[in-house]
Ligand binder design. Sequence first.
Ligand code: COA
Length: 169
Amino acid sequence: MLREAKIEDAHAIQNLICFYSEDGKMLFRSLAEIEQNIADFMVYEKQDEVIGICSLKFGWDKLVEIRSLGVDPRHHRQGIATEMVQGSIERALLKDDCDTAFVLTYAVPLFTKLGFEIVDKMQLPQKVWNDCQACLHKDNCDETAMSLSLLPLKKQRVLLKNSEEVLYS
Ligand SMILES: CC(C)(COP(=O)(O)OP(=O)(O)OC[C@H]1O[C@@H](n2cnc3c(N)ncnc32)[C@H](O)[C@@H]1OP(=O)(O)O)[C@@H](O)C(=O)NCCC(=O)NCCS
C-alpha cells in the first residue's frame, strides 16, 4: 500500500537510504534531515513493513525533483517504484506553482515508461547541484537527467473535473 510517510517511518526510511547510499545509488540523508522533511516522503508498506520510499523536493523554481526512490531488493520488479513515482506525480500536480518533474537516475527505462524524457543535465538550475556535493560520484556524475512536463496532466485533471461537475450537476 502506498501512503504518505509518518514520523514513525523515519528509521525505516533511513535504513533503505543507508543501504543504497553505501554504494552510491542514493544520496545519504541523515535521520534528522528525514524527520524534518517527512512530509515530502511517501512510503510503500507491505505487511507492516516499509519496503519502498520516494520523496519530492519542491523549491527549484517551477521544478520538483523526485529523489530518494528505492525499493527493498526482495521486492524488486513488482511495480512498486512505478506506483510510487505515479503517486509522487499526483502529489506534484496538486501544487499550482510546479510545472515540471525531474529526476537524476540510473533507472532510465523505469522513467521512460512513465513518460519522462532525457534532458541535458546542464538545463537544470545550478542550485540543484548543491545537493550533489555529498554524492560519491560528484566529480564523475553518471546519472541521467530526465523530466516530465506536468502541464498536460494538469489540463487533463481540469477537463476531468469540469466534466464530472457537468455530469453530477
Ligand atoms: C530502481 C528501483 C527503484 C526500481 O524499483 P522496482 O520497484 O523494482 O521497479 P518497477 O517494478 O516499478 O519497474 C518497472 C520497470 O522499470 C524498469 N526498471 C526497474 N528497475 C530498473 C533498474 N534498476 N534499472 C533500469 N530499469 C529498471 C523496468 O523496465 C521495469 O519493468 P519490468 O520489470 O517489466 O522489466 C529499484 O531497483 C531500486 O531501489 N534500485 C536502487 C536504488 C536506485 O537506484 N534508486 C534510484 C532510482 S531514481
